[in-house]
Design a protein around this ligand. Structure first.
Ligand code: SF4
Length: 270
C-alpha cells in the first residue's frame, strides 16, 4: 500500500468490492443510460485506484454481470504502468539506466517468468532476457513448450540495470517490487516461474538458499510458483543444467496436473 500511496495511487480495490458493485447493478431497475453511466463511473474509480489513469473500456449492458472484471483492457493498463515505470526515480538505479526494461510477452500468459534485473544487452534493447542468458532461457522454456511469443510473459524484479551487472540490493528490490505485483495483477498468469534466488526471495518474501527453494511449489496470491536457477548461473556452471532440467520437468508436471484437474472438473459440471 505504501508503495502505491507514494506514487499517488493504490491497488487496494478488491475483487470483492468490484463484485459488490456488480451485484448492485444486477439487482437494480436502472434504465440503460443510467446503467451505462454507473458502469462508466465504476470503471473510472477502478482505474484511478488501480492505475492512476483513465483506461478505455467497452461497456456491454447485455453481458454486464461479468463485464466489470473481465473487460479490463490489459494492454492499456500495462501501457499506463509502463509509462509510470519509465519515469520512476524511486531508487538509485535510475541514474545508470539507458532505459527501463518493463517486460515482454503475451497478454494472457499461461506462465509469467520472473528474473532479477536487466543486464547490459537488456538495458540497450529495452527488453528482458535478450543477451546470452536470455537465449538460454528461451531454449529452457521451449523444452517445456513455453515461449514469450505464445504463452509466456517475462519480467524482472527491478526494471533498471544495476551497474556492472551486480545483484540488485534488497532496498532496490523493495522499491521496485510493486511494479511487478501490478503486472501480475493485470496479467493474471496461471503459473509463475522464478529464475534465480533474488527473484524468488523478493516475490515470496523468503530467504532460503536456492537449494531449498527448488523442487517445491509456493503460492503467490493463489498462483502456483516454482523456482529454478537463473540461466546465467547455468552459463557459469554447466553442472547445474541437469538439476535445472529436473526443475523444468517438475514444473511441466505441475502445469499438466492442473490442466487435468480442470478438465475433469469441467466434465463433472457438464
Ligand atoms: Fe524505479 Fe525500479 Fe528503476 Fe528503481 S529499479 S528507479 S524502483 S523502476
Amino acid at each position: 500500500m505504501e508503495f502505491w500511496l507514494e506514487r499517488g495511487f493504490d491497488l487496494a480495490m478488491s475483487e470483492k468490492a468490484l463484485n459488490e458493485n456488480e451485484s448492485t447493478y444486477n439487482e437494480s431497475t436502472y434504465t440503460d443510460a443510467e446503467a451505462r453511466q454507473i458502469l462508466e463511473t465504476l470503471f473510472l474509480i477502478e482505474d484511478f485506484f488501480r492505475y492512476g489513469v483513465r483506461c478505455e473500456h467497452k461497456i456491454s449492458l447485455e453481458t454486464s454481470s461479468s463485464a466489470i472484471p473481465s473487460t479490463w483492457d490489459r494492454k492499456a493498463h500495462l501501457e499506463a504502468l509502463e509509462t509510470q515505470v519509465s519515469q520512476c526515480t524511486a531508487c538509485g538505479l535510475w541514474q545508470s539506466r539507458s532505459q527501463t526494461v518493463f517486460g515482454e510477452g503475451v497478454l494472457d500468459p499461461k506462465v509469467m517468468v520472473i528474473g532479477e534485473g536487466p543486464g547490459m544487452e537488456e538495458d540497450r534493447q529495452g527488453l528482458p532476457f535478450v543477451g546470452a542468458s536470455g537465449q538460454l532461457l528461451d531454449k529452457m522454456l521451449a523444452a517445456i513448450d513455453l515461449s514469450r511469443h505464445n504463452n509466456c510473459y517475462i519480467a524482472n524484479i527491478v526494471k533498471c540495470r544495476p551497474p556492472n551487472n551486480r545483484e540488485p540490493s534488497p532496498s532496490e528490490c523493495d522499491a521496485c517490487i510493486g511494479y511487478l505485483r501490478a503486472q501480475i495483477d493485470i496479467l493474471q498468469p496461471d503459473f509463475i516461474l522464478c529464475v534465480g534466488r533474488i527473484a524468488a526471495h523478493s516475490l515470496l518474501r523468503l530467504s532460503d538458499p536456492i537449494s531449498r527453494l527448488r523442487g517445491r511449489s509456493f503460492d503467490f496470491q493463489g498462483i502456483p510458483v516454482c523456482v529454478t536457477f537463473h540461466p546465467s548461473a547455468l552459463l557459469r556452471d554447466t553442472a547445474l543444467k541437469r538439476p535445472a532440467w529436473e526443475d523444468l520437468k517438475q514444473f511441466r508436471s505441475l502445469m499438466e496436473c492442473r490442466a487435468l484437474t480442470e478438465s475433469r472438473a469441467t466434465k463433472k459440471v457438464k
